[in-house]
Design a protein around this ligand. Sequence first.
Ligand code: MGD
Ligand code: MGD
Ligand code: MO
Length: 700
Amino acid sequence: MGESIHLPVSCNKDCGAGCPLMADVVEGRLLRIRDNPLRATHMKGCVRGYQMTRVVYHPQRLSSPLVRSGPRGSGKFREVNWDEALQIVSDGLQRIRATWGPESVLRLGGSGSCRGALHNTALLTRRFLSRFGGYTDITGSYSSGAESFVAPYLFGPGYVRRTGIDAATLSHSRLIVLWGANLADTRFGSELAPRILEQRRRGVPVIAIDPRRSRTIEDLADRWISVLPGTDTALMAAVLYVLLSDDLVDRSFISKCSVGFEVLERYVRGLDDGQPKTPAWARGICATPQEAIVELARRYGRIKPAALIPGLSIQRTIGGEEAIRMSVALQLATGNIGILGGSSGSNVWGRLPEPRCPQLPVPSLPRPAQIPVYCWPDAVLQGKAGSYPTDIKAIYSVGGNYISTGSDVHKNIRAFESVELAISHDYFLTPTACYCDVVLPVTTYLERGDIVYPNTNHLLYSHKVIEPVGQGRNDYDIFCQLADRLGFGQAFSEGRSAEQWLEHFMADSEIPDVDEFRRIGIYTGAEQERCGLSEFVSDPQAHPLDTPSGKIEIASKAYADLGFTDIPSWRGYQPTLEYPLYLITPHARFRINSQYANDPWFVLREKQRLWMNPRDAEARGIEDQRVVEVESPQGKMRIPVRITEGIMPGVVCLLAGMWPRIGADGIETAGAANVLTSTVPTQPSQSSRTHSVAVQVRPA
Ligand SMILES: Nc1nc2c(c(=O)[nH]1)N[C@H]1C(S)=C(S)[C@@H](COP(=O)(O)OP(=O)(O)OC[C@H]3O[C@@H](n4cnc5c(=O)[nH]c(N)nc54)[C@H](O)[C@@H]3O)O[C@H]1N2
Ligand SMILES: Nc1nc2c(c(=O)[nH]1)N[C@H]1C(S)=C(S)[C@@H](COP(=O)(O)OP(=O)(O)OC[C@H]3O[C@@H](n4cnc5c(=O)[nH]c(N)nc54)[C@H](O)[C@@H]3O)O[C@H]1N2
Ligand SMILES: [Mo]
C-alpha cells in the first residue's frame, strides 16, 4: 500500500451547499470522497459531491488547450501548447479592444465555481476584465433574479445581511411548509434537508406545494398539495383570504412590523374589484382543490411557529416577483417573521452574515456596462440597436455553459455565431465550449486549495489533494499569465500566488487558529441559531429597516412607480390553445445545472423523460415510454415520455441541464429543456421564467 492521505475538501458548487467533505488519496490518486468526520451531525454531503472522482478522471476531461479548426459548433479543434493558446487569446483580446473598445467584451458564466474566496469563476473574470480596461457584465441571476429584485422593496437594501435563517432553527418549528422547494434534491446547504427530516420524524407536519411529486414529497413531506406552475400568488391570496375570514391573522404583529397590509386586505376581500380571492376563485386558476387550500390556511394560521420556506422555483415564473412578495405577506400575517422556528424573509439562501473572511476583490472602476443575464443572447444579437448599452464583439465565458443553461438554445447558438471572438475556460468540451475559438483546460476544486463560504455561519477549507490532471491550470494562473501578456500582470496578481492570496485572506479573517482551520476544514461561527429580522421584530422603533417607512412594506410606492401594483397581486401566465400544456424544468438530483450531464453513471440514474399525467397522455393517444414530440414557439424536441400520476394534469416536466443534441432537421433529441424556453423575462425584474413555458405534445 502506497502513501495515503485524508484531507478536508468542499464542493465549490452552486447548490448552496458547500458541504464539509473528506478526500481519500492514495499515491497521488483520488480514491474516494466522503463526509468530513469532524462535521456537525446534521451536515451531510450528497451524491454529486461523493461521486466527483468520476468527473476528475473522466475520459472526456480536457487535457490540453484547444483552438477551433472547423466551423463554430462543429466540435473540430486542434490541440495546441499553452504558449500558443495564451498568445492567441491575448492577441484576440487586444485586437477587439483596439477596434471596438473593451466594453465590446461580454463576460458570461459564474456558476461553475462560485463559493470560493479565490477560485471563484465570476470574481476572477470580473477582476481580469476590469484590469483589461472594462467590459460588459451580466447582472441579476438565473437563480433568484425576481426575488433579489423585490427584496429591497420589502425589507430595504439591507435585506442582504438581515433576512434568512440557520437550518438549526427549524428544530423549533411545529409546521414546515415547503412552497415550491425540493430540498431533498436542491439542498441549499448541507443541513436543511436533514433538519426537516428530523422534524418530520418527531411528528412535525411537513407540507410541500408543487405541481409534481418531487423527491421532497417522497422523502421529507407528509402532504402534497398540487398547484399549476406560476399560480402560487393566487393560491397564497386564497390562503390569506381564509386566514382573514377565520380571524387567524396577528393584527398587532402586522401593525407593529409593516405598512400597507390594509391595502392588501382590500384586494384579498375583493372590496375594489368585486372579486374576493376565495379558495373557489383560486381553484379556477391553480387547479388546487378548495379543501386543500382551506386545510393549508387553517394549519398555517393555527400552528406556531411555522416555517414557510419558498423555493426559488416560484419566482422563476412570469409574475414570480409577486409570489415572493405574497409569501412575505403570509409570513407577516401569521406573525412568523423574526421568531425562532418561523421564517425570516422569503429566501432559502442564508443571507445572514458569514464569518468574516475576505475574498478576491474586484476593482470598482471602471464600472462595467450591464445587461440582464436572462437576456444575454438578445443583447449580443441586438446590441445598441436593440437599446442594449453596448455592441458585443467577443464573449469570455468562464465557469458557465450558457448555450445549454440559458433559455432558447437556438438563439444562444446564433449569439455565439455572431461574435468575432469567443473564449472559454472549462474542464469539458461543453456545447458552449464547442462554439468558442479557444478553450483553456482548467483544474477542478480538488486540484487547488480554497476557502469556501457555505452560506451558513461557517467557513470551510478545501485542500488541494491531487496534482492537476493533464495540462489543466487554475483559472487564477491562466488569468495571471494572460494579464502578464497584456501588460497588467502586477495589477491583477498584486504579486501573489494563489497560496499567498489564501494566506492573506485568512490573516485578515476572524479565524483564530488558521492551522487548526486547515486541519479540520471547518470553522464554526459562535451562533448557530440565527434568525433574521429578530432584532427588528423585537423592537421595530429601535432597529428600523432601511425602507422608507422603516418597516416591512407590503404596499410599496416605489414598486408601484415601476408600473405594477403597490401590493402583491396575481398576474398570471396561462398556456394558449396552440400550446396548451404548462412545462416546468426543475433542477435534477443527479446534475448540478448542466454538470454531470455528460456522464452515463449520472444520466442513467435519472433517465431524461417528459413527465406527463395519464389524463393528458390518454387525450393524445400517447403510451408510456413512447417517443413524443414536444413543441414550443422556440423549438422542437423528441423524447420518450414517462406517464405518471406524479405530475398534475395540464403540466409536463423535463428536468433541466441536459446538453442539447440538435439534428440536421433542427429537432433536439437529448431532452435539453432550453430548446423550448424563451428569453422574454418576467417583469419588472427582467428575470428567468423557466417554469412558465407553454408547449404542445404529440405522438412522434
Ligand atoms: N441537485 C441539484 N441541486 C441544485 C441544483 C441542481 O442543478 N441540482 N441547482 C442549484 C441552483 S443553481 C439553484 S438556483 C437552485 C434552484 O432551486 P429551486 O428553484 O427551488 O429548484 P427547482 O428544481 O427549479 O424547483 C423546486 C421545486 O419546485 C417545483 N416547481 C416548479 N415550478 C413551480 C411553481 O410554479 N410553483 C410551485 N409551487 N412549485 C414549482 C419543481 O417541480 C421542483 O420540485 O437549486 C440548487 N441546487
Ligand atoms: N430550463 C432551465 N434552465 C436553467 C435553470 C432551470 O431551472 N431551468 N436554472 C438556471 C439556473 S438557476 C442557473 S444558476 C443556471 C446555471 O447555468 P451555468 O452557470 O451554465 O451552470 P453549469 O451548468 O453548472 O455550468 C458550469 C460550467 O462550469 C464548469 N466549471 C466547474 N468548475 C469550474 C472551474 O473551477 N473553472 C471553470 N473555468 N469552469 C468550471 C463546468 O464544467 C460547467 O461546464 O442555469 C439556469 N438554467
Ligand atoms: Mo441557480
